[in-house]
Write a protein of this length. Sequence first.
Length: 188
Amino acid sequence: MTSLEELSKTVKPSKTFMLSNESLGQPKVLPGNIPEEVNDMTSIDDIYPSELLSAQDIAELGGKKTVVIKSAEVQKVGQEADNLKVVVSFTDLQKKLATNKTNAHMIATISGTKDYTQWQGIAIELYTILTTFRGKEVNAIRVRKPETPAEPTQPTGAPAPAGSLVEDLMSREPPNTDSGMVEDLMKV
């Protein structure tokens, strides 16, 4: 990362570059040309990048994105010392997802295990919703099973892991549609 001192050494005359003036509490204007890497930064998100996904990131990807989990680990997120989250990284995104309890449980349901160290290779879909947080309507990231996986989560023809949700569903008998159950449901 470029320090403010390094940036000030590369400044060339012609444009204006602002630095704060602590003694006056006002910006100090320095003549010069803003370095190209700074000149392209038009958003505060460019100046203060985050390694964590936001709802805005997902919105910019079209409102949803199917991804494959690369790894998951527990990390401290935020300012509070006890604010531990399962942070998920992906094979096809640079930013990571700091899961809340809802998203962590959904990934556990999709993967068939609450052991987050076993989530590698699981395909999930990230999408945005409008929700209430601390009394305000905000956009949030949610997780669901993708309609079509981004990549196979296991080699084709390989058996599902023992005790997995897929194995459980595959072992069940299909419902008997000849029993009149469909007609009974239509009456309701």
